[in-house]
Design a binder for this molecule. Structure first.
Ligand code: NAD
Ligand code: TYD
Length: 358
């Protein structure tokens, strides 16, 4: 349900990626009068098919471009009279950041800086409208790794990123924060736990396991499989971001989590059991026979957990989906939308797979 009636012109960077495209759908469904502009470079993770059903919508525009391209950003802000930036564009995969960190620093740090700097000048030219927002979508990985009995990450947990991915996201968070304190730019930062759901590129844990089960391929679990993640259904993340845009206070940070801590091995086992139940003609059944422990990722964070008290008490947001129900919905989507993921298993994907898993 809409929380704000005020009409917006919203620039969504990275809107052809996993969370971005879910958010674009969410926004278009809930705010049909708003102008929605997607800016996306269409890297390996971006897919225009994710937005195919919106292409004919009158108030929708897709622009292929890079967030590091300042003249392009300045042009879009002015021409589209942007009121709100929802910034998702990033290099987002830890394993890729270990193989090659350059693109992470370029997009996540320089790209975010370019957006902030362009938005600052535009916002000043507009007379500093109070209702403007720059939402910087970030991750809980900036807080580093928790031991089993540590309290969950809160908004005041010190930053301690361990991978090039999380370090580059931490750098971009610090810039977004500094632009509020130095220039009063109405930035808001959200730090969210691991997401899952439709349109998730099949390199990340959950879609990779779903697809490997369907193909009868080994399910590579890193290390001892005891690492813990706090899983959030992507639809819940989108509703949290909507709440933050409409009700969040400029200059604040909000942690977003699902309150669903699960060990990797338990999650993969759960996926196998759900697949046994929901999929017909699996090449290997029970699917858990495919589970294979492989060499651990370097500097693999042991546990993430989010304390989402602030967004609950100050803005009234809580997640709706249980892990079991969210995983069911996700698996059904991958079963029904094989035409979406089959073309993604391209030569580039196979090369990446070979590099990581051998
Ligand atoms: P994704 O990798 O699926 O999508 C990223 C999108 O950004 C792609 O469409 C890609 O084409 C685009 N992009 C990359 N570089 C670009 C550039 N230079 N210019 C323009 N577009 C570019 O990522 P995701 O999982 O949807 O994550 C979105 C955001 O949410 C990221 O900022 C990520 O750090 C954050 N986040 C992700 C998770 C998660 O579990 N996936 C959790 C918390 C936060
Ligand atoms: P991932 O989806 O890459 O997210 P992140 O590392 O950003 O949390 O991985 C989720 C967890 O699953 C993480 O602990 C690493 C683990 N993992 C595996 O065990 N095997 C795999 O093939 C992948 C991709 C991840």
């Amino acid at each position: 349900m809409s929380l704000s009636k005020e009409k917006k012109s919203i620039l969504i960077t990275g809107g052809a990626g996993f969370i971005g495209s879910n958010f674009v759908h969410h926004w278009c469904q809930n705010y049909s009068d708003d102008q929605v502009i997607v800016l996306d470079a269409l890297t390996y993770a971006g897919n225009r098919q994710n937005l195919a059903d919106l292409e004919n919508r009158k108030q929708f525009k897709f622009i292929q471009g890079d967030i590091c391209d300042r003249p392009l950003i300045e042009k879009i802000l002015k021409e589209e009279q942007v009121t709100t930036v929802a910034h998702f564009a990033a290099e987002s995969h830890v394993d890729r950041s270990i193989l090659g960190p350059d693109a992470f620093v370029q997009t996540n740090v320089i790209g975010t800086f370019t957006l902030l700097e362009s938005f600052r000048h535009y916002w000043n030219e507009q007379g500093n409208p109070e209702n403007s927002r720059f939402l910087h979508v970030s991750t809980d990985e900036v807080y580093g790794s928790l031991e089993a009995d540590d309290p969950a990450f809160s908004e005041v947990t010190p930053y301690a990123p361990n991978s090039p991915y999380s370090a580059s996201k931490a750098g971009s968070d610090h810039l977004a924060r500094a632009y509020f304190h130095t220039y009063n730019l109405p930035t808001i930062i959200t730090n969210c736990s691991n997401n899952y759901g439709p349109y998730h590129f099949p390199e990340k844990l959950i879609p990779l396991m779903c697809i490997n089960i369907l193909l009868g391929k080994p399910l590579p679990v890193y290390g001892d499989g005891q690492n813990i993640r706090d899983w959030l259904y992507v639809g819940d993340h989108c509703s949290a971001l909507e709440t933050v845009i409409n009700k969040g206070k400029a200059g604040e940070t909000y942690n977003i989590g699902g309150n669903n801590e699960v060990k990797n091995i338990d999650l993969v086992t759960m996926l196998c059991e759900l697949m046994d139940e929901l999929a017909s003609d699996l090449p290997v059944k029970p699917a858990k026979e495919l589970i294979t422990f492989v060499k651990d990722r370097p500097s693999h964070d042991r546990r993430y957990a989010i304390d989402a008290t602030k967004i609950k008490t100050e803005l009234g947001w809580t997640p709706k989906e249980t892990v079991e129900n969210g995983l069911r919905k996700t698996i059904e989507w991958y079963l029904n939308d094989q035409k979406w993921w089959q073309p993604l298993l391209s030569k580039d994907y196979q090369e990446y797979y070979q590099k990581v898993y051998g």
